[in-house]
Design a protein around this ligand. Structure first.
Ligand code: HEC
Length: 194
């Protein structure tokens, strides 16, 4: 044994139990290891049939959870009412949004410019909270951009909460088909002389 200590680079000697000063033992496998092994076999005896026969799987659990989440999402009240109506702080924030974004096309008083009047009685796409939200979030074809990704839900509601506070006009304004001299609605413009 002591003679081997002189070796620096040893050649493989598979039959020698003592190499590099490390002694290889051949002990019995410990009891806990056997029990763990038997336990996994026992577990698999139940688990494999259960997995294979009942159709239970990660995919199915995932699908079930997605279905449940979708059911919750579908039953959750869609934003049908402006949560910021009358909330002074939110309206002040909405005013900022309106002034920086909406006013460019609708004028600061919302009486209309490129975009239609938002204070007249005429609403092309409806003036329920849900309609207004849809208009601003998703946009409308004749030049109203979608603001959802830039503003997010809250700021849209706040801008709308502010919009409501603007003084209303009872006359059809810009964009209304019946507006007097409405340039943007030729079909409905009154014929000259009528
Ligand atoms: C780039 C110009 C532009 C900007 C900016 C803009 N709008 Fe509009 N908006 C329009 C145009 C044009 C329409 C008409 C769309 C149509 O008739 O299809 C419109 C339509 C609307 C309508 C529907 C009116 C109706 O009669 O149904 C609402 C409400 C509205 N805008 C609100 C807003 C709000 C709130 C903002 C700010 C977040 C905003 N708009 C920003 C151009 C704009």
């Amino acid at each position: 044994m002591s003679g081997q200590d002189d070796y620096v680079a040893e050649l493989p000697r598979p039959d020698d139990a003592n190499r590099d000063g490390i002694r290889e033992e051949d002990n019995d496998i410990p009891g806990w290891w056997w029990w763990t092994w038997f336990a996994t076999i026992l577990f698999s005896a139940f688990y494999i049939p259960y997995y294979a026969l009942t159709g239970w799987s990660q995919e199915r659990m995932y699908a079930e959870q997605v279905e449940a989440a979708q059911a919750i999402a579908a039953s959750a009240p869609a934003p049908t009412a402006n949560p910021f109506r009358g909330d002074a702080a939110a309206i002040a924030e909405g005013q900022q949004v309106f002034a920086t974004i909406c006013a460019a096309c609708h004028k600061p008083d919302a009486s209309g410019l490129v975009g239609p009047s938002l204070v007249d009685p005429y609403w092309k796409y409806g003036d329920s909270d849900a309609d207004l939200f849809q208009t601003v979030a998703k946009g409308r074809p004749a030049g109203m951009p979608a603001w959802e990704s830039q503003l997010g839900t809250e700021k849209i509601w706040k801008a709308l909460a502010f919009m409501e506070t603007l003084p209303k006009s009872d006359q059809p304004g810009i964009g209304a088909p019946t507006a007097p001299g409405a340039a943007s609605a030729p079909a409905a413009a009154p014929a000259p002389g009528s």
